[in-house]
Design a protein around this ligand. Structure first.
Ligand SMILES: *C/C=C(C)/C=C/C=C(C)/C=C/C1=C(C)CCCC1(C)C
Length: 245
């Protein structure tokens, strides 16, 4: 057993997996400090939203701190804590969609729909990645998980979230349009990591052998957690300017 604090185990120059865990951890920490401090520079209407952006990156920072260490010490993927992170942070992203559409009348049932779909997506993904990662099973779990993913995409692009965002005015519409692209393109990074990392591949075809699942997931998290939070932050800042004028 090694006792480690910020990297007493050295990261080898060619260990890109460990390196992306390290950089990811730092980026999540920095983003959290930024969002937390900016809460006081945000108009009352958007404070909770910016705070939630900070909570998302903070939860990720704590997990990355642990996952970085786990990966360095064992050389393995920290699958369990990866999914613990996602099970906490993805529902918080659903909360962000609820908060931006709430003033246009979003009901709590919309939040539960998003959260239920997210949990279904993540639990089935975990089963395929950690419990039945076999050639025969993992692609089926990945496919079922993908159905829940597309339901979320549908709600945000065409369903209740899109409709309510439009009613909430141009600033929210614009933010929701950007977030919708994050969910369609940014979140699609995760199935790519899954296909690379499970035996089942893409419907049983191994198209991404040799690609590191952890590097793909780490890039996805940086884009989706920090980028997503910045869109919320930008919305809060734009709306503030409108208020003053
Ligand atoms: C901050 C973490 C985020 C935004 C994580 C998002 C994760 C996903 C969208 C995962 C999706 C998956 C599929 C659509 C199919 C294969 C299994 C998953 C769980 C990787």
């Amino acid at each position: 057993m090694h006792q480690t604090l910020l990297g007493i185990l050295p990261i080898a120059n060619n260990n890109y997996v460990a390196f992306t865990f390290f950089v990811g951890c730092m980026a999540m920490m920095a983003a959290s400090v930024f969002f937390f401090f900016e809460v006081s520079n945000t108009s009352a209407k958007w404070r909770t939203s910016v705070l939630v952006s900070g909570l998302i990156t903070f939860i990720a920072a704590v997990h990355y701190y642990y996952m970085r260490d786990y990966n360095l010490q064992t050389g393995q993927s920290p699958t369990f804590f990866r999914y613990v992170d996602w099970i906490l942070t993805v529902p918080l992203m659903c909360v962000e969609f609820y908060l931006i559409t709430k003033k246009a009348g979003a009901k709590i049932s919309l939040l539960w729909k998003l959260v239920a779909a997210a949990l279904f997506m993540l639990v089935t993904g975990y089963i395929g990645e950690a419990i039945y990662p076999t050639e025969k099973q993992s692609w089926i779990w990945g496919f079922v998980s993908g159905l829940a993913y597309f339901y979320i995409v549908y709600l945000i692009w065409f369903g209740d979230v899109a409709r309510l965002a439009k009613n909430a005015g141009p600033a929210v519409t614009k933010a929701n349009n950007t977030l919708a692209w994050f969910v369609l393109v940014g979140w699609a990074i995760y199935p790519i990591g899954y296909i690379a990392g499970t035996e089942g591949g893409l419907f049983g075809v191994k198209v991404l052998e040799g690609v590191s699942l952890d590097i793909v997931y780490n890039i996805g998290d940086a884009i989706n957690k920090i980028g997503f939070g910045l869109v919320i932050y930008a919305l809060a800042q734009t709306d503030k300017v409108v208020e003053v004028a």
